[in-house]
Ligand binder design. Structure first.
Ligand SMILES: [Zn+2]
Length: 256
């Protein structure tokens, strides 16, 4: 069994007490690759550091919409520099729009922060990792305007209809432990219509722990519970689903 956790935040302070210990237990749990995702400049630097110290961990750099309000042109230059700093940087992310929390950042700032980083990704020929929470269609609009084809919409929470549009645009879609929750009907309906070659699995740890660990600290070892649920919904063999989504992740992030 081979598993690729395509979205984790190992740099998070919740892992300060046992980060190295956890990382050392990943392979015996079938986790052969991890994408460590940055969410601001500091965490992007940490992400690079973690990836450089572990051969099976790769990383992305970028500024999450939560931090868009105070972002400067110099910060975008730094993202661009960080992205070229290490061969382990495989994507720009996570970037996007989040209107769920009104006190986060203004809509204008979020949109410009997203667009600027899409431009960086295009310039460097890197895929993007997209965060879309209650963006009311703005993410889709921007992805279309910018003609993005090399991206993944992570922690997908949209409808089956939106999933079909994204698939037609050539994008990837990834799911977290949310699909294991009892109230996941919408996510399951979306999952059903997405071709398996466009799917990736992720923990989004330390958040979003799947059942039976819901509410606790999540880590990449639990990615297997998400794969199990995904295999069940797609009516596929567990091993086969693991292998296909593993290869999807490798191909998408250009990892050999
Ligand atoms: Zn995330």
């Amino acid at each position: 069994m081979k598993l690729f956790d395509t979205h984790a935040h190992l740099d998070d302070g919740q892992f300060d007490i046992d980060r190295e210990q956890l990382i050392s237990e990943m392979r015996e749990n079938g986790v052969n690759k991890i994408m460590e995702v940055g969410s601001d400049l500091k965490s992007s630097e940490k992400a690079i550091d973690i990836a450089e110290n572990h051969d099976f961990i790769y990383c992305s750099v970028g500024i999450h919409p939560e931090f868009a309000e105070t972002v400067t042109d110099k910060d975008f230059e730094t993202v661009c520099k960080l992205a070229q700093h290490s061969k382990k940087v495989k994507a720009i992310g996570e970037i996007g729009i989040d209107y769920h929390y009104n006190d986060c950042s203004s809509r204008e700032k979020q949109i410009s922060c997203f667009e600027n980083q899409i431009d960086i990704a295009n310039e460097l020929d890197l895929p993007i990792i997209v965060h879309d929470r209650d963006s009311k269609g703005d993410v889709l609009k921007i992805l279309k305007e910018k003609k993005v084809t090399n991206g993944v919409v992570h922690c997908f929470s949209g409808s089956a209809e939106t999933a079909k549009i994204l698939v037609n645009m050539g994008l990837m879609i990834s799911f977290t432990g949310v699909i294991t929750f009892k109230n996941a009907r919408k996510a399951i309906e979306a999952l059903k219509v997405i071709p398996v070659e466009r799917l990736m699995i992720e923990t989004d740890s330390p958040y979003m722990a799947p059942e039976p660990y819901r509410g606790r600290r999540n880590d990449s070892r639990y990615v297997k519970y998400i794969a199990q649920k995904m295999a069940e919904v797609k009516g596929m063999d567990f091993e086969e689903l693991c292998n296909i989504t593993y290869e999807n992740g490798k191909k998408f992030f250009n990892i050999d």
